[in-house]
Design a protein around this ligand. Structure first.
Ligand SMILES: CC(C)(COP(=O)(O)OP(=O)(O)OC[C@H]1O[C@@H](n2cnc3c(N)ncnc32)[C@H](O)[C@@H]1OP(=O)(O)O)[C@@H](O)C(=O)NCCC(=O)NCCS
Length: 414
């Protein structure tokens, strides 16, 4: 079976998380991804948060599967000559350096286009053009500048960042979409183009409903927020705890064992259509005849009380029992799954969403596989490259003789 992106060659200058997420996805779809790293040190994440001494960290291995790895000093004279050859050899160049780093190396977009007019040049930066365009940005900063932190957290409490890497991995996915779109465009334009994704934009795109709520505020209180009708609304879309964000009330409730298990909770949505079944199962059939309870409007000012009653019932069941009982009643709900439970879930292993990878130095470890499934281009996850593992092979492919490679090595270019 051929891979969807077979024949596409990617010059991967990425590091840390956002860029590597993008190129790993492209590699999973079959692109030949050549990861370029600085001789000696490589991607800083190789050494960060190491769990085993002197072995590439999980941070690195889990973001750089299916890639080839070369070392190259793109600031040295002979390194730049090799880099030029690589630009001519590849279809796409991807980078997420601090703003202006490639220009400082002497590789502006104009220069890249002159070297290879078919090249697609894709970048992640923290901000787009504007007052902050020169700033370096990491994940949690992106969550703050993109509107996620101000709208996440408990009411009256501090802003909160999420464990989901929406700035890094989220923006990496945007970049991958930009690249395949530009590749498709190239099939009729014959030309490459610039693809730019700002982390601020990527986070904001995921906070669309909060910009919706910001505008609704001008026309009155946000009735589905727990602040309504008893609390106050300020000038900006507020934090809303665990409320659902949609038109149906939802909350996180305790389940059996919550006293000792920090994840013994379930999310329950009290959707209007399924409310009679939910009320019956929790022992509140009386609500169905009571005008104080039997319409969504009547319940709205009493959501805390309602979820309190639901919780009395869920506390008598495990989170999985809650799922088993409520799902057939069409009550949307979900257990709060811990990373341990997810890692051990057999169905996720079966679909390749959780994969076990073997690494010659670290042995077997788990990783998140490709979340996007193509019927004719399945993903096989293979280990990340060692620093410079494929330098000689790739330099050979771009026409360098063994002698020239030895010279480049002696000059410290590779
Ligand atoms: C992530 C980030 C904050 C890290 O910053 P940093 O550790 O200081 O790393 P930089 O990107 O500035 O790169 C450091 C230097 O290494 C140089 N370098 C990188 N690879 C090189 C190579 N193969 N050969 C020679 N030099 C290299 C860069 O050119 C840069 O040099 P300069 O400062 O003289 O321009 C920054 O890269 C950034 O803001 N990136 C864009 C947003 C982003 O992706 N953030 C999320 C990361 S998960």
């Amino acid at each position: 079976m051929s891979k969807a992106l077979e024949g596409v060659r990617i010059l991967d200058m990425t590091h840390v998380q956002s860029g590597p997420t993008c190129t790993q996805l492209l590699a999973w779809f079959g692109a030949d991804v050549i990861k370029v790293e600085r001789p000696g040190t490589g991607d800083a994440t190789r050494g960060q948060l190491r769990d085993i001494p002197d072995v590439d960290s999980l941070y690195f291995t889990m973001l750089n599967h299916n890639k080839r790895g070369i070392t190259l000093n793109t600031k040295s004279k002979s390194g730049k000559e090799i880099f030029e050859k690589l630009i001519k050899y590849c279809d796409v160049m991807v980078e997420n350096f601090a703003p202006g780093a490639l220009d400082r190396m002497g590789f502006s977009w104009e220069r890249i286009q002159a070297l290879n007019p078919r090249m697609i040049y894709a970048s992640v930066k923290g901000f787009g053009p504007g007052p902050f365009q020169d700033c370096k940005v990491y994940e949690n900063v992106a969550q703050c500048i993109g509107g996620a932190a101000s709208t996440t957290g408990m009411i009256g409490d501090v802003p909160l960042v999420s464990g989901a890497q929406i700035g890094d991995s989220g923006t990496g996915m945007n970049l991958a979409l930009g690249i395949v779109t530009a590749l498709f465009h190239r099939t009729h334009s014959g030309k490459g183009q610039r693809v730019e994704c700002a982390m601020q934009d990527g986070v904001l795109n995921l906070c669309r409903v909060k910009l919706r709520d910001q505008q609704r505020l001008a026309h009155g209180p946000l009735t589905e927020y727990p602040q309504y009708p008893n609390g106050e609304f300020g000038a900006a879309a507020p934090r809303a705890g665990n409320s659902s964000g949609g038109g149906q009330p939802g909350w996180i409730v305790k389940c059996k064992g919550w006293e000792n298990d920090p994840d013994a909770y379930s999310y329950v949505i009290a959707q209007a259509g399924a409310f009679p079944a939910l009320a019956k199962v929790i022992g509140h059939e009386d609500w169905l005849e009571d005008p104080q309870w039997n319409t969504p409007k009547a319940r709205l000012p009493k959501l805390e009380e309602m979820f309190g009653e639901i919780e009395k019932w869920t506390m008598t069941k495990t989170k999985f029992e809650v799922m088993d009982i409520l799902n057939p009643l069409n009550v949307p709900c979900g257990p709060i799954l811990s990373m341990k439970e997810i890692a051990e879930e057999p169905s996720l292993r079966k679909t390749g969403t959780i994969v076990e990878v073997d690494h010659p130095e670290r042995g077997k470890y788990l990783s998140v596989g490709n979340p996007i499934k193509l019927s004719d281009s399945p993903t096989d996850v293979t280990r990340s490259p060692f620093l410079g593992e494929h330098t000689d092979t790739v330099l050979g492919e771009i026409g360098m003789s063994d002698e020239q490679i030895a010279e480049a090595r002696a000059a410290g270019a590779v």
